[in-house]
Ligand binder design. Structure first.
Ligand code: ADP
Length: 603
């Protein structure tokens, strides 16, 4: 799971669970408080209504006490009685339907409705006759849907009961008071008498025609109890019912309110709690998202930075805070740049090492190529040397055989044969000496004896060597040497070898009729010796190679001309030992000039 999800989950857990508990406890407490308040209100309303009934009834009883003791009633003057009592009937607007007076036998002696009759058996009469104010049970009046009761009080004259004053009291006014109780849309108020018969109901048709037994409140109130309870009412609805026993009239006042309606506050509270909890959770989630983003964003950028670092394209990550994560980001940036620096250094070193390796590899390849070439050259050399060594041997053999077979040969011819034999032996000796010189030089075993040398002597020795041959080949040899030539420091014998080789080549590669110029120039602290011919010349790209061992430019001309490609190697080795080098200028068909410089001897 990602850190961010974990943080959000953590916030939800530590907030939603306590929040739910608090919300539930608040709801439960609130619910109880609302229930208590609803019940208190209902009980209060019931009690107030009971008091209102009591007051109303007390007022009626007071009326009767006052009326029955009035002088007019005691005198029983019918005209005055009419005037007096009619004012009550009118004044109380329908409360009193009839006032009537009974004698002690129960006969009606006066009625505001002029009614006649005897009520001697009626309870109100007997009770009042016994000197008590009596209130009868509620009964239906002759007006449909209207109920009434009779209040009777003895009429006393000087303390003696002289008659009974009675009034038929309509309960409509009382009912209106009761109907003022706020019991909501579905609530009901009704009054039952001690037998459980309804004596007040909004639905007047139920009055005295319906008795309710299967109702908790009715049962309780008939046990003369007051209280409040939740129960299923006679209509099968769940209600909150308050019941109040009115002992004076043995009535039970019952106020019922539909339980849902009564407790709408609880439902509202529940909804409020759910709404508040919902918004609180939304708030917590929002906070969790914001906080988790603040926390995880730097971690995420650290992660991205680390990934970039691994890929090698790291850019410093932004440091957005000065807390631990911010410091971690700083340390990360620092470490990353150090790592990159080290990496760069390592890469540079590896690159250098690679270059070095590549160079060495190329050198190895070149060396290998060189070895291969050397190998080829050696093979060529072996075949060449065999050929070169074999050629004089064949000549020597032919001449020797001739001398052996022909005892009578002409002495001139014999001499010529012997000369040929000696010449070829010399040639072979030279060749073998060349090979020996080169191998000695390469092994560093050639001995040099430096001394003051006169260059002219060396040039003369060389001309002596090739003079005759040049004459035969009609090649002109000319010299360009200053009269006063300073001495140089050199190994005389070795310098003769050098000049012999250069002159030998000039002679070999210059066709008949050509010329060779040997010149020596004074350059101040050194002299320059050069050998110029008008021979076949050398290709520019082959110029560097002619100093290599066994190298020969053209095999066809070589085969005609002879040699084994060692002369220039030996010459350049000797001049190198003298601290100089041989320089060549040549172009094909345009002749060649070989030159080198040598230090002058101290004067
Ligand atoms: P070689 O025994 O073949 O003469 P060198 O080492 O003396 O061997 O010379 C190498 C090659 O250089 C010769 O074979 C020839 O091809 C070329 N060379 C040397 N000197 C001359 C020259 N004066 N003119 C033309 N080519 C020359």
């Amino acid at each position: 799971m990602r850190i961010r999800s974990e943080i959000i989950l953590f916030f939800l857990l530590i907030s939603v669970i306590p929040l739910s508990i608090v919300a539930y406890i608040s709801y439960d407490n609130g619910k109880e408080a609302i229930r208590a308040s609803v019940m208190e209100k209902l009980l209060g309303a019931t009690e107030n209504t009971g008091n209102a009934i009591d007051n109303w009834m007390a007022a009626r009883k007071d009326d009767m006490r006052v009326i029955s003791q009035s002088r007019i009633v005691v005198s029983k003057d019918k005209k005055q009685l009419h005037e007096y009592l009619d004012t009550f009937v009118r004044g109380y607007r329908g409360v009193y339907r009839e006032f009537f007076i009974l004698d002690l036998n129960g006969s009606i002696i006066f009625s505001t409705l002029d009614r006649e009759g005897n009520a001697g058996n009626e309870r109100y009469f007997t009770e009042a006759a016994n000197g008590k104010l009596y209130v009868s049970d509620v009964s239906l009046s002759e007006i449909p849907g209207s109920s009434e009761m009779i209040i009777a009080n003895p009429v006393k004259n000087n303390g003696t009961i002289t008659g009974i004053m009675a009034a038929r009291v309509s309960l409509e006014n009382l009912y209106r008071i009761i109907e003022n109780i706020d019991v909501g849309k579905s609530g009901e108020v009704f009054i039952v008498n001690k037998d459980g018969n309804i004596i007040f109901h909004k639905n007047r048709s139920m009055i005295l025609l319906r008795s309710i037994d299967d109702n908790h409140a009715v049962r309780e109130v008939r046990y003369e109890k007051n209280g409040i309870a939740e129960y299923i009412n006679y209509k099968g609805e769940k209600v909150l019912g308050s019941y109040y026993w009115l002992p004076l009239y043995r009535w039970g006042l019952i106020v019922e309110e539909n339980i849902d309606e009564a407790y709408t506050g609880v439902v509202t509270l529940g909804r409020l709690m759910v709404t508040v909890s919902f918004f609180a959770i939304i708030g917590v989630v929002f906070l969790a998202v914001v906080i988790s983003r603040r926390l995880t964003e730097p971690i995420k950028s650290l992660e991205n930075g680390a990934i970039d670092l691994v890929k090698g394209n790291f850019r410093p990550i932004p440091v957005t805070s000065s807390n631990e994560i911010g410091r971690l980001a700083e340390i990360f940036n620092q470490t990353a740049s150090e790592l990159l620096f080290i990496r760069k250094k390592l890469e540079d070193r590896i690159q250098l090492a690679n270059h070095d390796l590549e160079k060495k590899n190329r050198e190895l390849i070149d060396a290998n190529e060189g070895l291969k070439k050397l190998d080829v050259m050696k093979s060529e050399f072996i075949s060449l040397i065999s050929h070169e060594l074999k050629t004089p041997l064949s000549t020597i053999k032919v001449s020797a055989e001739y001398l052996e077979t022909d005892d009578n040969a002409d002495p001139v011819e014999r001499k010529e044969m012997l000369r040929v034999i000696i010449k070829n032996i010399d040639r072979q000796t030279r060749m073998i000496n060349d090979i020996l010189d080169l191998s000695k030089m390469e092994a560093g075993k050639m001995e040099f004896q430096f001394e003051n040398v006169d260059m002219r002597e060396i040039v003369n020795a060389v001309i002596e060597n090739i003079g005759q041959l040049a004459l035969k080949k009609k090649i002109t040899i000319s010299l360009d040497i200053p009269d006063s030539l300073p001495q140089i420091i050199a190994d005389k014998e070795k310098l003769i070898i050098v000049l012999n080789n250069l002159a030998g080549n000039a002679f070999k590669f210059t066709p008949e009729g050509g010329s060779i110029l040997i010149s020596v120039k004074d350059l101040g602290d050194s002299i320059e010796v050069s050998m110029k011919d008008t021979g076949i010349g050398i290709d520019k790209e082959k110029l560097e190679k002619i100093f290599d061992k066994f190298y020969q430019v053209d095999s066809t001309s070589r085969r005609k001309i002879g040699g084994c490609g060692l002369g220039l190697s030996i010459a350049s080795g000797i001049i190198r030992t003298h601290g100089s080098q041989i320089h060549v200028e040549s172009k094909p068909g345009g002749g060649s000039t070989f030159s080198f410089r040598l230090k002058k001897a101290e004067p």
